[in-house]
Design a protein around this ligand. Sequence first.
Ligand code: SF4
Length: 111
Amino acid sequence: MQQIDNLNVESLKKIFNDHAKLKLWFIHKDLIDVCKDCEYRHMCVDSRLPNQRKDESWYHKEECSYNPYICKWKGEEGYKTLEECGVISNEQGLSIDHDKIASLNEELWAE
Ligand code: SF4
C-alpha cells in the first residue's frame, strides 16, 4: 500500500484507472452483509476488503472482532462467533437464524 505522502499524479492516475479498486471506493458498510446490521457501521474502521457475490451483494470472508447480533466483542464474556449464532455469510449468500439469535440474546441479556 502506498503512503499518502508519496502519491503523485502518475500514481493517482494508476489508482483511478484500476476499475477493480475504484469500484471498492463506493462500497460502504450499509451494503455489506453482517456490517449492514451493525450499530458501528457508520464509524467502523475496517481494513478488510469486501468480496462481491455473483448476485452483486457484498460480504466479508472473515469475521471481524465484533458480533453485532449479540452485541459482543471477541474475548468478552458470552461472545459467540457468527456461525455459533446461526449467521452464515459466505460466497453462497447470507442466512440468519433469527430464532436462535433471539434465544441467545434472551440468555445473554435478560435480567
Ligand atoms: S464492527 Fe465489524 S460488523 Fe460492525 S461494521 Fe465494523 S467490521 Fe462490520
